[in-house]
Design a binder for this molecule. Structure first.
Ligand SMILES: *Cc1c(COP(=O)(O)O)cnc(C)c1O
Length: 237
């Protein structure tokens, strides 16, 4: 699964990376959640980060991969989120294992999450993935359709809509920050209203190359992989 192994030098590197990233986050936010994007990493590396570096949130991208490491993970203080594209027919494998799904982008997927969570008597926290750059190749709801989409989700009793997740197009730092600013406005227009408590809602944005910009624009959850764990040999989206 991973080319990385838990050598002493890798442990040292991990510790340095975590310190650096945490310091940068702390300089910009006092409440943002650091979520380790742990695709391709083995359970022993994740467990090291959990046990020794106090990582408390991870995000996995692929159902099969999550299942293969799930039993081994040290789950006592761990919040497991799902951040990748989710196929309807695989919801049943993870509904009992994850606490939040960041990538809800269709009503048919919502329906299946609702159906599986009903069986578990569980209400799933979800974020709606928004295609903030309007990219054809990307999943996510168009910004203009978001109000209508979130309205439609209110019929599902076993889903709690907690905010939005965005992945901006590949771009310069200042363009990226603009996409994040737009995302924040969209988020605020829907979730920061009378009768809603701000701390119940999450704006999930920012990755290794963009978390500083995202935090400047008020991100609540930064999803960071390579800046913490080192470069991945191959990419999965
Ligand atoms: C891989 C991934 C990340 C983290 O990417 P890095 O560039 O390694 O920080 C964040 N969000 C999603 C949805 C991802 O798939």
């Amino acid at each position: 699964m991973s080319e990385k192994s838990l050598t002493d030098s890798y442990k040292k590197q991990l510790r340095e990376n975590f310190e650096k990233v945490r310091a940068e986050i702390a300089a910009l936010s006092d409440s943002a959640i650091l979520l380790g994007a742990t695709k391709t990493l083995s359970a022993d590396i994740i467990n090291y980060a959990v046990d020794e570096l106090s990582l408390t949130y991870i995000g996995e991208n692929r159902v099969q991969e999550l299942l293969s490491k799930y039993d081994e993970l040290h789950k006592e203080n761990l919040h497991i989120h799902f951040i990748g594209t989710l196929q309807k027919n695989k919801v049943k494998y993870i509904a009992d294992k994850v606490e939040m799904i960041h990538s809800l982008d269709s009503l048919s997927l919502a329906k299946e999450i609702d159906r599986q969570c009903k069986k578990l008597s569980k209400v799933m926290d979800v974020l709606v993935e928004v295609n903030i750059g309007g990219e054809e190749s990307k999943g996510g709801i168009a910004p203009s359709e978001l109000p209508c989409f979130t309205d439609a989700l209110s019929e599902f009793e076993n889903i709690r809509v907690c905010g939005i997740m965005v992945i901006p197009p590949k771009c310069t730092s200042s363009q990226c920050e603009q996409y994040f600013a737009q995302s924040r406005q969209l988020f605020e227009s829907l979730f920061c209203r009378q009768g809603k408590k701000r701390e119940d809602y999450f704006l999930s944005m920012g990755m290794s190359d963009s978390y500083v910009e995202a935090l400047r624009q008020g991100s609540d959850i930064v999803r960071i992989g390579s800046a913490l764990f080192g470069k991945r040999e191959y990419q999965i989206n």
